[in-house]
Write a protein that binds this ligand. Structure first.
Ligand code: NAP
Ligand code: 3JN
Length: 349
């Protein structure tokens, strides 16, 4: 359990990564009461320094002895590091908010989106899991709808930016884009592909392309990312039987994930009532004025805290169906911001 203090010693596991960097920025932005900040990463980052509140802090190599005197661990160094090191952190008395999938479906670990199920935090035994980015942004509007009429079925297609796959994947798309922009023409058939040597981390070229595969395939022909959306949504919403089907697609966008979400509810919901409920829901901002060509787009969500919702309309194929378009910054609300909001709830007690 976390003892009440004026300021807390915080460790960031994976501090040099795409999510880790956001942890530093958001802790500072929100004035989180940090006493010592300990930055942890791999051997590769030995000698690196990162800036927090104008001061350079050296990065330390992560080890099981990294957690002495630390109160809160924010972890984003991948699932295997969480599995290996978080038990040692708990043993050392820390409360850990884990961004990886390592403990999300563990029954004794709360899986939390503070606007949706903050009460779950209290049952933690040292680890609280942060959901997958695509799940987080979807469950906010889902929760708003569910309060009007129980949600029975969800069909979602995602359009996930390259930053979701980490810092090196951002660089891979950038290198491909630069290579193609140097060609005199790249609009003819076969002229917009890069040499296979430039495809290392994504399964295929990402520049000027879409890849309908995120993470590995499971036996049921869905990907792991798709099954995370199914299972995590059920756990956070506390609706074990909720029908959810997901298709996750990587798109050549740097930051912010977009989702086309179709829902079916028990009763028909009036669209005006739905729009007010979404508008009033914490963490959601409506961008839904077709006449003004206003709808959420990744370039608007980048760097923002809110989940943007628009294109709200009736599903013409179902009596109680609703369609919406949901966009959020995957590194902020989808990862670091949500984890810090959990930590804020923790210190509020
Ligand atoms: P990234 O940019 O590749 O960064 C990975 C971070 O982990 C780096 O700081 C890296 O340190 C560190 N790391 C890797 N191997 C390590 C090791 N053996 N020991 C210590 N540190 C190690 O990836 P990212 O996008 O920030 O994502 C990191 C993790 O966060 C993901 O694997 C995932 O579990 C989680 N994540 C969750 C969400 C979500 O949906 N909530 C979204 C994105 C990521 P070096 O720089 O020293 O290599
Ligand atoms: O690809 C994305 O857009 C989100 C990626 C999330 C991710 C990447 C590597 C490992 C995860 C995650 O959060 O589910 C993991 C993982 O911890 O399994």
């Amino acid at each position: 359990m976390l003892k009440k203090k004026e300021k807390y010693n915080v460790a960031i596991m994976g501090a040099t990564g795409a999510v880790g960097t956001q942890f530093l920025w958001i802790l500072e932005e929100r004035g989180f009461p940090v006493d010592e900040l300990r930055l942890l990463a791999s051997e590769r980052s030995k000698g690196k320094k990162l800036v927090f509140k104008g001061k350079e802090i050296p990065v330390q190599v992560l080890g099981k002895d990294s957690f002495g005197d630390i109160d809160i661990v924010l972890a984003s160094a991948g699932g295997s590091r969480s599995r290996e090191f978080l038990p040692a952190a708990v043993e050392a008395g820390c409360v850990c908010v884990d961004n990886s999938s390592a403990f999300r479906m563990d029954e004794s670990v709360p899986l939390v989106v503070p606007e949706v199920n903050p009460g779950a935090i209290k049952s933690h035994r040292g680890i609280i899991a942060n959901p997958n980015c695509s799940t987080i942004q979807m469950v906010l509007p889902l929760c708003a709808v569910n309060r009007l009429s129980p949600v029975k079925r969800v069909i979602v297609s995602t359009y996930q930016s390259v930053s979701g796959a980490g810092q090196q994947n951002i660089l891979e798309m950038e290198a491909q884009v630069i290579r193609l922009s140097k060609k005199e023409t790249h609009h003819g058939i076969g002229e917009h592909t890069v040499p296979s040597g430039m495809i290392n981390r994504f399964p295929h070229q990402i520049a000027y392309n879409l890849i309908p595969q995120i993470d590995v395939f499971e036996e049921n022909r869905y990907t792991k990312e798709e099954m995370k959306m199914v299972n995590e949504t059920r756990k956070i919403m506390d609706i074990p039987g909720l029908a959810v089907s997901a298709t996750c697609v990587r798109v050549p966008v740097y930051y912010a994930h977009s989702e086309s979400v179709t829902l079916e509810t028990e009763d028909k919901i009036d669209l005006d009532e739905l729009r007010s409920a979404l508008n009033e829901f914490p963490g959601i901002r409506l961008a839904d004025d077709p006449a003004a060509m206003e709808y959420p787009m990744p370039i608007d969500a980048e760097g923002q805290d809110d989940v943007l919702v628009g294109r709200i309309r009736e599903d013409l194929s179902s009596e109680t169906g609703i369609n919406m378009w949901v966009v959020a910054d995957n590194l902020r609300k989808g990862a670091a911001l949500n984890a810090i909001q959990i930590a804020e709830e923790l210190i509020r007690g």
